[in-house]
Design a protein around this ligand. Structure first.
Ligand code: FAD
Length: 427
């Protein structure tokens, strides 16, 4: 059977040691079978186990193989579209509930790290950097909006102040969110997986779900085994393929690329990001970066619609890094990799239930580190019969991509080109 390894990322090279996990052989029975061991699956598993459910996870490759083990590591609050958009889409009552939840994911991560003693280089502080006065105006409204929902750890920064936290001359200002921050994403996933196992959950690696037998007692089939369960949670996100055709039809996997420099040394690292905050800019196709625990710069950006792997990632991302930090022109790139996130047309997550017992959450569209942790809690609540928060998410509209699976890639690329042109022209 195929043994799928991690991509050659900085994260895989600096992962905490983990025990080998077996593939599923034969038949097992459980309360909940979760498909996918990324943050959505692991967070669901932890909340369910903490509430007395029996849980088995089937993972096609390895824990954190997908976006959860490859991402920029930025703990970014809220969803990929903000609460005002939700308010306009579904009205004030549902928006109120979703707005109250928008800052919970970061708290869940910090609770998990503390409770299960997860070693993942957690640091506090995230910066949204504005490249134009229009983006700065947007940050000002965002601060007012988030404060309306109880977030009070935000500071607007003018040009002089942002230069004190990021050694980049491109920004006109920004906003610091002290409840944002950053982590080693794969080590967070691996720590959560160990926590799952410490509570009696079972994780089968190299065990792709190849078929779901639907019905009153659903069964998840893998190449060499099957799991009978009362409930299934589908948490395969951008790596799910066509296992659940209803979900594939209304979402699109997209690639985004990340590079990691050689270690910069304490002094150079401190000149770039003196307080060790992470940064993302406010463009539609945004750049994001931060320092690692061993003082490398991790820099990500770019989107490949349809998730084809670009041939030379360094050639795409290094110029973006040098535009932000020309002082790094002689620094070597040690790692470059790509990972897939799942885009939805509204850029809001898709949460729901198929039949009576198959639950799903997917499509956080680029910002998912906090949302997926919240999603796990909300899905677990629904399985326990408390569906108010699940229903608030499930009520967000799901749209199919125009052009279907054939044309969604070119249509979305044209849309993104339009928005990035607006960013470049400062509209
Ligand atoms: C390069 C990159 C950078 C990013 N940076 C950030 C960031 O800095 N901040 C932020 O908030 N968000 C970021 N994101 C988004 C964020 O990482 C994701 O939203 C989040 O990790 C999604 O978690 P998930 O568990 O839903 O999916 P994934 O982590 O992708 O996990 C899905 C898992 O399901 C498994 N799977 C799929 N199909 C099957 C099957 N049939 N059977 C069994 N297993 C299956 C996969 O192997 C995979 O392990 C980034 C994403 C990428 C790709």
């Amino acid at each position: 059977m195929a043994n799928t390894p991690y991509p050659q990322s900085y994260y895989a090279a600096s992962a905490n040691p983990v025990p080998p996990r077996p593939a599923l052989q034969g038949e097992v029975e459980t309360d909940v079978c979760i498909i996918g061991a990324g943050y959505t699956g692991l967070s669901s598993a932890l909340f369910l186990l903490e509430n007395g459910f029996k849980v088995s996870i089937v993972e096609a490759a390895k824990v954190g193989f997908g976006a959860s083990g490859r991402n920029g590591g930025q703990i970014v609050n809220s969803y990929s579209r903000d609460i005002d958009v939700i308010e306009r889409t579904v009205g004030p009552k549902q928006a109120q509930l979703l707005g109250q939840m928008a800052f919970e994911g970061g708290r869940i991560i910090r609770e998990r790290v503390a409770k299960y003693n997860i070693q993942c280089d957690l640091k506090d502080g995230g910066v949204f950097a504005a490249l134009t006065s229009k983006q700065m105006g947007h940050l000002e409204s965002q601060k007012r909006l988030w404060e309306r929902f109880g977030h009070n750890q935000l500071e607007l920064m003018d040009q002089k102040r942002i230069r004190e936290v990021v050694a980049c001359d491109s920004y006109v200002g920004g906003m610091l969110d002290m409840s944002g921050g950053h982590i080693h994403p794969l080590n967070l996933a691996l720590g959560e997986a160990a926590a799952v196992e410490s509570l009696g959950g079972i994780i089968y690696e190299q065990s792709p779900a190849v078929r779901i037998e639907r019905g009153a007692n659903p069964v998840v089939h893998t190449p060499q085994g099957k799991v009978r369960a009362k409930f299934i949670i589908v948490a395969g996100n951008a790596y799910l393929g066509n296992l659940v055709p209803e979900l594939a039809a209304k979402s699109m996997p997209c690639g985004t690329q990340v590079i990691t420099t050689e270690p910069l040394g304490d002094e150079l690292a401190r000149t770039l990001l003196p307080q060790d905050y992470c940064v993302e800019d406010c463009n539609y196709l945004l750049d994001y970066y931060r320092l690692t625990g061993d003082k490398r710069l991790i820099f990500g950006g770019g989107v490949v619609y349809g998730a084809r792997d670009p041939a030379n990632i360094e050639a795409i991302i290094r110029p973006k890094m040098l535009k932000a930090f020309p002082q790094l022109k002689n620094v070597k790139i040690d790692y470059a990799w790509t990972g897939n996130f799942l885009l939805t047309l509204s850029r809001l997550p898709q949460v729901g239930r198929i039949g009576d017992n198959i639950y799903y959450s997917q499509g956080c569209s680029g910002h998912g580190v906090t949302y997926t942790h919240l999603a796990g809690k909300v899905l677990a609540e629904a399985l326990r019969g408390q569906a108010e928060r699940f229903d608030a998410f499930a009520g967000l509209p799901h749209y199919p991509f125009p052009g279907g699976q054939m044309l969604r890639v070119p249509f979305s690329a044209i849309g993104a080109w339009y928005y990035s042109l607006r960013d470049r022209l400062g509209f």
